[in-house]
Ligand binder design. Structure first.
Ligand SMILES: [Zn+2]
Length: 249
């Protein structure tokens, strides 16, 4: 199993899974963590078991719907409640989101230990889903936004994310010019930078935000990609848990 991580979030058990180390067969090979696109249930369950074994964590999951609702979890859960972010302050319980081109964003509060995992495709990015999670961490756990640490995980990059001119214009108008790439024929949206912008606008200092800059569509060995592979592909997971022992910022 190969799990990518953020240096900024080193104080928190966290990571971004890759395809490596799973039991699923093509076109879902190997560590596919979703049954929603046609993979065999037994393979997906085996993959979750391997992830629990590898990390020593339990996982709080929600049913993702490309919105911006935030769900608080104090115990492990299977997808049921509709939300696109999970927050928790329970040590050993990982907030997590599934993605295959959309952006997984992880947040951690070094003071309270509270964490969030956010799923943001283009809809969730325009809806500023990551900012809703920042607000929820403040409201529920007393986190202060200027103390939060954030990582923007593997997602489709500006190299591959061609969009309609209309959608590009919305990103420029609602997020800012840095969220788009000018290209002679087809405009491209930069979801990495757009979400970094959303986190900055929400009050997290730029030096406390890490952008992993790994494109899911470019790297078929490491990542599932809906844009590259179509409907029949898998999902990777971004996860973060409150530390079991308190640490100093
Ligand atoms: Zn790419």
């Amino acid at each position: 199993m190969l799990i990518l991580s953020s240096a900024l979030l080193a104080g928190f058990p966290h990571g971004f899974t890759t395809r490596a180390g799973g039991a699923s067969r093509s076109p879902y090979a190997g560590l596919n963590l979703s049954t929603s696109t046609g993979d065999e249930g037994a393979s997906v369950e085996e993959n979750w078991a391997r992830l629990r074994q590898e990390t020593g964590l339990s996982f709080a999951r929600v049913k993702q719907v490309h919105g911006s609702a935030v769900a608080r979890r104090d115990a492990p859960s299977l997808p049921g409640e509709e939300a696109d972010a999970v927050i928790t302050a329970r040590p050993g319980l990982a907030a997590c989101v599934l993605t295959a081109d959309c952006v997984p964003i992880l947040l951690g509060d070094p003071s309270s230990g509270a964490v969030a995992a956010v799923h943001a495709g283009w809809r969730g990015t325009l809806a500023r889903a990551a900012a809703r999670a920042v607000e929820a961490l403040e409201r529920e756990f007393g986190a202060r936004r200027e103390n939060l640490l954030a990582a923007v995980g593997p997602a489709i990059g500006p190299c591959c994310y061609e969009v309609s001119p209309d959608l590009a214009e919305r990103f420029v108008a609602e997020i800012g010019p840095s969220a788009c790439m000018v290209h002679p024929r087809t405009p491209r949206v930069d979801l990495w930078t757009a979400n970094e912008r959303v986190l900055c606008d929400a009050g997290i200092p730029p030096e406390r935000i890490e952008v992993i800059e790994r494109c899911t569509a470019c790297d078929d060995e490491a990542f599932f990609s809906h844009r590259r592979d179509g409907v029949r592909t898998g999902r990777q997971v971004g996860f973060i848990a409150p530390p079991r022992a308190p640490f100093l910022d």
